[in-house]
Design a protein around this ligand. Structure first.
Ligand code: SF4
Length: 231
């Protein structure tokens, strides 16, 4: 486990927060800040007019103690349905595990109107718009970080942050003003940063599970640790 002291953490510069008067805590449906992703969004709207096709807002109560940070909406998942991780394989594994560990209640039916509720848990993404080939550019990750930062700023009870994959990990470290060398990304790693604890996990994508990079057992082990720590 790596530990970054509260004093050292506070000493470092934090990124300028997004202006809630302009953007709220989630980006506007027509956020114009990433030209490539805006073009992709417009093409997707023309091709699939019934889909959500917009920056996907976070899901869950801001008063929660746990925040889960994913990479970006999946084309057939959150970009289609409008709810993080809803409608593709990654959501099947994530929501089943959240239900198992008491961070959700109800039934996950892969639809935003399935009535599923998160419990003491909020889910967001490092990048809010679907990127081509699921690969956001560094400039897009940097630009969208202001909206990730607002999630941290609007969660007064936040204690645990689970990051899914290296990009979410690195962007979260930047939100917190930490250097990557101090909290290297490894599946199952736990990093303490002031009052927060970061839990690293490989992303629960179909690719990672099909290739054995992440097994359901490995994924559950991270949630078991979070549940143990949060009580
Ligand atoms: S990725 Fe984020 S910053 Fe970029 S256009 Fe979408 S919502 Fe705006």
């Amino acid at each position: 486990m790596t530990t970054i002291s509260r004093t050292e953490n506070k000493r470092r510069a934090k990124p300028a927060p997004a202006d809630p008067a302009l953007y709220g805590t989630d980006p506007d449906r027509n956020c114009p800040l990433c030209p490539r992703l805006v073009s992709f969004r417009e093409a997707n709207r023309a091709r699939e007019p019934e889909w959500f096709n917009a920056p996907v807002p976070s899901f869950g109560d801001p008063n929660s103690r746990l925040l889960i940070v994913g990479l970006a909406p999946g084309m057939q998942g959150a970009n289609r349905t409008g709810r993080p991780f809803t409608g593709d394989y990654a959501g099947d594994l994530l929501y089943a595990t959240l239900l198992e560990y008491g961070f959700a209640k109800g039934k996950y039916l892969a639809r935003p109107d399935d009535g599923l509720k998160l419990v003491d848990c909020r889910i967001g993404n490092a990048v809010h718009c679907v990127p081509p080939q699921n690969k956001p550019l560094p400039v897009e990750i940097n630009t969208c970080r202001q909206f990730l930062a607002t999630k941290f700023e609007t969660m007064p009870n936040l204690r645990a942050v689970m990051v899914l994959g290296r990009i979410a990990h690195d962007s979260t470290l930047k939100v917190l003003g930490l250097r990557a060398a101090e909290a290297p990304f490894t599946h199952g790693a736990v990093h303490r940063a002031g009052s927060l604890t970061l839990y690293d996990s490989y992303h629960c994508s179909r690719y990672n599970t099909n290739t054995g990079v992440l097994t359901p057992k490995m994924f559950r082990s991270v949630f078991a640790k979070i549940r143990e720590d949060l009580g």
